[in-house]
Design a binder for this molecule. Structure first.
Ligand SMILES: [Fe+2]
Length: 363
């Protein structure tokens, strides 16, 4: 299987993964043969990257951190709970079911993740066109769990971090959708209002018996930054809890690598560069190092062009050097299809660099 840009789709290509709509229903099923009509539809629906199956890459499996079933169930639960919160006229009283739902969910997700022993996969779900708060919450949670496990936290600590990450933006359920999805720049007034989601989130979570108090603090502190430039309180360095610092990294990364109404998605390696630009000022340097080691900057299935001019697909991530994967070459430097695909292991061929990522095929 491989991931290719929409502009390179051709009739007859076979879809590699199910494509879902916002409700979690299948729009197009894996195995469907693409036609001109379907390709146009995907374009109109604003997809940019699509997984396809072909004979040259059929043995390349895209590793998943959690099963599609668990992911869909998680998103459904988050959506249901958040929709309920949106309907509450005030926030007095308790949300007992919240803690129960998410505590149980976190146990399941952690069991699945601990069974995976690969570098972190691309979670940006390039095959959905509809990015939303629920998907974002789950992604930030999954990144944070992997980071927490890699950092050596105990299971209980990881769980507290995971719940905090999953619910970090719960306060947004109390803001208007127009404000949250507003394209372009916010006015000062609007930005002030958006900032309140941190405190609102904390208030929703802090007295829930099944939500650790530290998870509530994650909602409160995930926009704080090392140098005090964050909000709501402008905390500096050690004043912010470690968990909130992990979530800040995961939150920023996911926001950059997913498409929003008002901006295209950055590719993973670009987003990592932006995070590094904030190393030591916005984000904890040693945490970024853990992140860089665990994130698949060049995820399996991604099309890349090498400095040699050859174009291929990431076929395997080298666990010890995730930024130097194995590339299955499909096109020779002159743009001709390789008669027999062959592999370049970038962990061994040290002179070879990745020159372009994403769109490059035989163009
Ligand atoms: Fe937030």
């Amino acid at each position: 299987m491989r991931l290719i840009h929409l502009s390179l789709l051709q009739p007859g290509m076979v879809l590699g993964k199910n494509i879902y709509n916002n409700e979690g229903n299948i729009l197009l099923a894996e195995g469907v043969k693409l036609t001109d009509y379907l390709i146009r539809r995907l374009g109109a629906l604003d997809f940019s990257y699509i997984y396809i199956k072909d004979s040259k890459t059929e043995d390349i499996a895209i590793p998943e951190l959690i099963s599609e079933q668990t992911k869909l169930e998680a998103i459904r639960s988050i959506r249901t709970e958040y929709k309920n919160l949106e309907k509450q006229s005030n926030l007095k009283g308790s949300f007992l079911h919240l803690g129960k739902t998410f505590s149980g969910m976190m146990e399941n997700i952690m069991d699945e993740i601990s069974a995976v022993n690969e570098s972190m996969v691309l979670l940006t779900d390039m095959n959905t066109n509809d990015y939303n708060l629920y998907q974002h919450s789950l992604n930030v949670c999954l990144y944070s769990l992997v980071l927490g496990i890699s950092y050596g936290y105990s299971r209980d600590e990881v769980k507290t971090l995971g719940i905090g990450a999953l619910l970090h933006d719960i306060g947004k359920t109390r803001l208007t959708p127009e404000l949250i999805q507003k394209p372009g720049r916010l006015t000062d007034e609007e930005f002030k209002e958006v900032q309140t989601h941190t405190l609102i989130g904390y208030k929703i979570l802090k007295d829930e018996p099944n939500i650790p108090l530290l998870s509530a603090h994650c909602a409160l502190q995930h926009h704080e930054r090392l140098d005090g430039s964050g909000y709501p309180r402008g905390l500096k360095g050690p004043e912010t809890h470690e968990y909130a610092k992990w979530i800040a990294i995961a939150d920023s990364y996911d926001a950059m690598t997913t498409r929003r109404i008002y901006k295209p998605a950055m590719l993973p390696h670009q987003a990592v560069e932006v995070l590094y630009a904030g190393s030591g000022t916005l984000y904890e340097q040693r945490f970024l190092a853990v992140f860089r080691d665990r994130v698949a900057i060049y995820p399996t299935g991604m099309t890349v062009r090498l400095s040699t001019g050859e174009t291929g697909v990431v076929s395997k991530i080298n666990d010890s050097v995730p930024h130097r994967p194995v590339i299955r070459i499909l096109y020779t430097p002159d743009g001709q299809e390789a008669r027999v695909p062959y592999e370049v292991d970038m962990s061994e061929s040290l002179a070879v660099m990745i020159a372009a990522i994403g769109q490059a095929e035989s163009d």
